[in-house]
Design a protein around this ligand. Structure first.
Ligand SMILES: *Cc1c(COP(=O)(O)O)cnc(C)c1O
Length: 419
């Protein structure tokens, strides 16, 4: 069963200070999850999880995860700055970007982040942009038709990311010739994948390549990074991923491939986002309108501006009506926001308890790729983010946007004189 950490009364009280809609994150649950992940993967040498900042780009959350020993995975200038604000040291930041602008390379170098290159041409581009190459470089591998993808990420050969197999070997040689000393190998081939075997296969694929790099080039990798993509059970009947199964499977592959090749220790890195914070965030919204036409609609005060996944991917997000958790699901509703976009629907033909105006609705699993993906179409402002601290208090970690924020890029005083 999907739960929400506050009662209806507690949530109503909260809305006096923080009007709906808002995202709420559960610190204790995030920390507990981080510790379970770290514990499970501690059987792999040099394990480190780099939280994918894009999933929840809030420096307060980054600080919590940093305190749990996590690093961060960035792909833009803003994400690098957020890591700096959260106090993450450069050696715990991996910069996995693509089509990277020069100024982002410069910023990554300034912070001392580990740079993960998405293309062979970026070796020279990085050197040109920053005046030199760093001591450490990582390359992102795209296995193309050699590996089946999954539904969300699609087929690797259609993905814009990463180097081909041949390019990868050339890239390591070129980087080594140019003086790079420490090497990493990265890939990211699945997204929101609940099948542990996929993740084990990804680790195995990188281990096999590590051995081949040694055999063909005499090159010894310092780390592999299997990317993100561990899924979460958005639907109540789905089963959460078992971290121990992935870790043990990866360890078995490590013992079969890496140890006999004399490549032990090879550090094992990941950069999950969704699995880290996804299930521990919720979008809280209020039912404000009811409409009966060809369907029964419940209009809420949140919209796609606050959570894009259902509209963008047709993604399922579980929805509960606070205080009516055990009421019979006697009605069928479309639960919708107010955008002039028909995909602005949080639930379609969903069986739910009867909803009255003013009811608080909780949209589950919005802790990753939730607030972060929001946008300002129709001039809708994005909501606040609140943190339920481990001590039970609730603090704002981002205020809601205002119209002044929205209009800040317009020079409104110039308007009266404008012809
Ligand atoms: C998005 C992304 C991640 C995180 O993906 P999740 O599905 O949130 O785990 C990690 N690495 C890269 C390169 C990404 O683009």
């Amino acid at each position: 069963m999907k739960t929400f950490p506050l009662t209806r009364e507690q949530t109503e009280a909260l809305t006096k200070d923080f009007p709906t809609p808002f995202h709420l994150y559960d610190e204790a649950a995030i920390r507990d999850n981080a510790r379970r992940l770290t514990q499970a993967f501690s059987i792999l040498p040099g394990f480190r999880e780099h939280f994918a900042v894009k999933a929840a780009p809030n420096p307060f959350l980054l600080k919590i995860l940093a305190a749990e020993g996590f690093g961060a995975d960035c792909s833009s200038l803003a994400e690098l700055r957020l890591c700096e604000a959260a106090g993450l040291p450069g050696d715990r930041i991996i910069f996995t970007s693509n089509e990277t602008p020069d100024d982002e390379f410069r910023e990554a170098r300034r912070l001392g982040a580990v740079i993960n290159l998405d293309d062979i041409t970026l070796i020279d581009a990085l050197a040109a942009a920053t005046g030199s190459l760093p001591d450490t470089l990582c390359f992102r591998y795209n296995p193309g038709p050699l590996k089946a993808g999954n539904a969300i990420i699609g087929h690797p050969e259609e993905a814009k990311y990463g180097l081909t197999r041949d390019q990868l070997f050339d890239a390591f040689v070129r980087a080594r010739d140019l003086g790079v000393e420490t090497f990493g190998l990265h890939t990211m081939v699945v997204s929101n994948e609940l099948d542990e075997q996929y993740h084990i296969e990804t680790a195995r694929m990188l281990f096999e390549l590590a051995v081949e790099l040694k055999d063909r080039l005499g090159l010894r990798l310092a780390f592999v990074n299997t990317g993100g993509g561990i899924g979460i059970p958005y639907r109540p009947d789905e089963k959460p991923v078992d971290y121990d199964v992935i870790a043990r499977g990866a360890r078995r592959a490590y013992d079969e491939l890496i140890v006999p090749a004399g490549l032990d220790p090879l550090a094992f890195h990941m950069e999950c986002g969704r699995a880290i914070t996804g299930p521990y965030g919720w979008l809280v919204t209020r039912a404000i309108r009811r409409k009966e036409t060809y369907r029964s609609y419940i209009g809420v005060d949140a919209s796609m501006a606050n959570l894009m996944r259902p509209g963008m991917y047709g993604a399922y997000h579980h929805l509960t009506v606070l205080g009516k958790e055990s009421a019979p699901a006697a009605k069928t509703y479309d639960v919708v926001g107010s955008l002039c976009e028909n995909c602005d629907k949080f639930a379609i033909q969903r069986k739910l308890p009867e909803i009255e105006m003013g009811d608080l609705l909780v949209i589950h699993d919005t802790g990753a790729h939730g607030h972060a993906m929001g946008y300002n179409y129709n001039g809708k402002t994005r909501s606040a983010e609140l943190l339920l601290r481990s001590d039970g208090s609730v603090v704002p970690i981002r205020r809601a946007e205002t119209l002044d924020d929205l209009f800040a890029t317009l020079d409104l005083p110039a308007l009266p004189g404008f012809q």
